[in-house]
Design a protein around this ligand. Structure first.
Ligand code: AMP
Length: 397
């Protein structure tokens, strides 16, 4: 039996996974997801050759992390693959100031990561719960964490500061930034396309259920829209994005909201869902002509357009604009609207290229290259893991 790496990517409402053979190039063996964990969960699995493909609904209610993991491991087991899972990589949302590179998830690391749960309550606790469950079912596998915050750790210091008293900054109240595994993957694709310049002053729009933008120069993070927590920045599926802190004070003091209630409001009941009152799913909103859905979409586009301007200011211009993640990769309509809002920066989209979601969707000779780059966080995690668990020489062929 040869070795394999299993990557688990736990989001707030889905668990994506992929299994790679541990040899040069990390060939994909199987990948899939369990989505809609809280309501009629769905398992989707495909292999590198797309055969056999599994797609099924896993009951009517919700599904917990243990059952989710069991379904995934059972599906993988039933495929009779000749590879054995010897290590498991996790996308961990928060590494704080300390974890800026992949780390083996031993007891002391897990304890340190547990202390970051209040900074990303939904994601971090689920990430750590899944690490514990894996330790129970695959006790011999080495587990490695790769951190969404790490890509942003080298930003200019000023980009991490809030206008708060120094003591708070020094005790860790700073902007961390997120979606860094996706941004790192996109940066590697930009380097493959442009060489070390990586598209120069590039803004990457990671537009999925969680959404953020990152301004890069030569593939390194300069500024990003998420900050201390994954609540900041763009309007998201159910998260509010940037909010005047005065609103928070008002809700706590005058509307007597509890801290728990406020957290639920801002993480789970706001964003596209809150504004539309219909759904946090962009595809669903695009399919209805309810004015509240239209308003939610308009706000999503408006905020993305404004922030692209802000990030271009931080980078001193814009050479390349990249769309990625569920909405960025799949919605020509949203891409077109956002590009219109960024037209003043020289962004010009070719409607046909955009409709076909080509790799480059800008008009020929455009001042700004506009690209669609599908992200692959699972592969990015597997690649990052090689820095601490390299492939043995006899497996490199
Ligand atoms: P992600 O979190 O990257 O899986 O992205 C999920 C988001 O992508 C959801 O809001 C989906 O509705 C959205 N999405 C996926 N496909 C499409 C599509 N064809 N058009 C618009 N939005 C889409």
């Amino acid at each position: 039996m040869t070795d394999a790496t299993l990557v688990l990517n736990a989001g707030s409402s889905s668990l994506k996974f992929a299994m790679f053979e541990r040899r040069h190039g990390l060939p994909l063996l199987v990948k899939g997801s369990i989505s809609s964990l809280h309501d009629k969960p769905r398992l989707k699995v495909s292999t590198a050759h797309d055969e056999p493909r599994t797609e099924m609904t896993l009951g009517k209610g919700s599904i917990d992390s243990q059952a989710t993991l069991e379904f995934i491991l059972r599906d993988i087991g039933e495929r009779g693959l000749p590879q054995k899972i010897t290590n498991v990589g996790h996308r961990i949302v928060h590494g704080g100031s300390r974890f800026t590179a992949p780390a083996i998830l031993d007891r002391s690391t897990l304890k340190a990561l547990d202390q970051l749960v209040p900074l990303a309550p939904i994601h971090q606790s689920r990430n750590l719960e899944i690490v514990e469950l894996v330790a129970g079912v695959l006790p011999e596998a080495v587990q490695v964490g790769c951190f969404d915050t790490a890509f942003h750790a080298d930003r200019p210091h000023v980009a991490m500061l809030y206008g708060l008293p120094r003591a708070l900054t020094e005790s860790g109240v700073i902007s961390f930034g997120f979606h860094g595994i996706s941004y790192g993957y996109v940066a590697s694709k930009l380097k493959a396309r442009y060489g070390s310049n990586a598209g120069g002053r590039a803004t990457v729009a990671h537009l999925g259920s969680g959404a953020s933008l990152c301004a890069m120069r030569e593939g390194k993070s300069l500024a990003t829209t998420m900050g201390f927590s994954p609540l900041d920045g763009l309007v998201m599926s159910t998260r509010c994005g940037s909010l005047d802190p005065g609103v928070v004070i008002h809700l706590l003091r005058d509307r007597k909201m509890s801290v728990e209630g406020l957290s639920k409001l801002l993480y789970d009941q706001s964003g596209l869902l809150g504004v539309s009152g219909i759904s946090g799913d962009m595809r669903t909103l695009l399919e209805t002509d309810d004015p509240a859905a239209t308003e939610a979409i308009d706000l999503f586009v408006y905020r993305a357009g404004r922030e692209i301007g802000s990030l271009a200011a931080a980078a001193g211009g814009l050479d390349t604009l990249v769309f990625t993640a569920g909405i960025g990769e799949n919605s020509p309509f949203i891409r077109e609207k956002i590009c219109q809002a960024a037209g003043w920066l020289g962004v010009q989209v070719d409607p046909e290229r955009n409709r076909r979601s080509e790799a480059c969707i800008s008009v020929s000779g455009s001042a700004v290259d506009v690209l669609v780059i599908p992200t692959d966080e699972e592969r990015a995690v597997a690649e990052q893991m090689l820095s601490i668990i390299p492939i043995a020489d006899n497996h490199s062929g």
